[in-house]
Design a protein around this ligand. Structure first.
Ligand code: FE2
Length: 387
């Protein structure tokens, strides 16, 4: 049966006991890691150029008319373990166009790498997941891939990818994408966590979905007391799979004097969906400096954030002046500290953004930064007239 949901309020002030929780998290669904993240976008060719130039992704694979794909085009970009798929339809009508029309550019698929995609589909649908794609075998001269999929919040889906019998570039139907334009990587390594925004009062339901259907355990909970400013508030719980490789925080809006950033997201995305993708780096200063140089816009952090930084987080390896120059935030927990920074939305609607994170022992999510971060988001909301 489902893993027990842990109610660990204010866990940021206690010992985590993560390993124990992970042992307890039921493992009927062994997940090897994040396989890829697919965005449905209005113009995949131009989005691919942006992610290469600004984020340092590398050309990896391509599917389209030239490879026998008649109805859509997909560019696959890679940086270390992160694979980003950008898909645009080639004709009018159909599910992808509807998705783009409703949500704007956004994440459709959070693909999970599994040993057995048939069993993953059977175990999850048996536990109540709505099927998106029955187990399907795709083949080419490099072997076969089995994929299956289920719906999660909003119109977002998880696709299970079994690729143990495949040694092609990405998936059957794709060819290697050779390009003469290959900007240097910026040091992004893997997907650390992917955050979903859900509607008023829906956080519990979706955390239960991850516990019951995918065997995840709740590792952290933040109430609106933790995550509020003078104006806006939200609540958040973090769900993790058994080996800790997959972490999905879920946010819901909370009442404040003004409009919650989660509510703004829902107004523009129209349904629950992915709010941000957090990607890890080993050297956040270098990564962020490179991304800024290439035109990525980050949330502005006021200089006063750094005034009492060392008193708050203790000794750190980095030079505070350098962190201040780049607007990098720091937070400490019992296991170490982390450095993080958030981009402004990377799409036209104020919906999806990225987080750059470097963990130095800390396994938490930067609760000490939430106030500074949300005040930064509110400044942006005020500029948009949506606060
Ligand atoms: Fe995050």
């Amino acid at each position: 049966m489902a893993a027990e949901i842990k109610n660990l309020e204010n866990l940021q002030n206690t010992t985590y006991g993560l390993e124990k929780l992970f042992e307890e998290a039921e493992d009927f669904l062994p997940l090897l890691g994040t396989d890829y993240v697919e965005l449905y976008v209005g113009n995949a060719k131009q989005s691919a150029h942006f992610y290469k130039t600004a984020f340092g992704f590398q050309s990896f694979a391509y599917a389209g008319l030239e490879t026998g794909m008649k109805d859509r085009v997909s560019y696959v970009l890679k940086q270390d373990k992160i694979k980003l798929v950008l898909t645009t339809p080639l004709d009018e009508g159909g599910a992808i166009n509807e998705h783009i029309n409703k949500h704007g550019d956004g994440v459709k698929v959070m693909a999970l790498w599994v040993e057995d995609a048939r069993s993953a589909w059977e175990e999850t649908t048996k536990r109540g997941a709505k099927s998106f794609m029955e187990p399907t075998v795709e083949k080419d001269e490099f072997g076969e891939v089995v994929r299956s999929g289920i719906y999660t919040y909003g119109e977002t889906v998880h696709i299970f990818v079994e690729r143990k019998n495949y040694n092609g570039t990405f998936l059957p139907g794709y060819q290697k994408w050779e390009s003469h334009y290959n900007p240097e990587p910026v040091g992004l390594r893997y997907v650390d966590h992917i955050v979903g925004n859900v509607g008023w009062g829906e956080m519990k339901e979706w955390c239960e979905f991850y516990a019951k259907v995918l065997g995840f355990a709740q590792i952290i909970s933040f109430t609106d007391d933790d995550i509020s400013t003078d104006y806006t508030a939200l609540m958040s719980k973090v769900m993790s799979n058994g080996n800790g490789r997959i972490k999905f925080p879920i946010n819901e809006p909370a009442e404040g004097k003004k409009k919650s950033q989660i509510e703004e997201y829902l107004d523009f995305y129209k349904t629950p969906g992915v709010q941000h993708i957090a990607v890890a780096t080993n050297d956040i200063v270098k990564t962020v400096a490179a991304m800024r140089d290439r035109g990525v816009e980050f949330l502005y952090v006021p200089d006063t954030y750094y005034d009492d930084l060392l008193e708050r987080v203790g000794k750190i390896d980095e030079d505070v002046e350098v962190l201040k120059q780049h607007g990098i935030l720091i937070d400490r927990d019992e296991e170490g500290y982390l450095l993080q920074l958030f981009t402004k939305p990377v799409v036209d609607r104020p919906t999806m953004f990225f987080e750059i994170i470097q963990r130095k022992g800390a396994q938490s999510f930067g609760v000490g930064n939430f106030k500074a971060l949300f005040e930064a988001i509110e400044r942006e909301q005020a500029n948009r007239g949506t606060l």
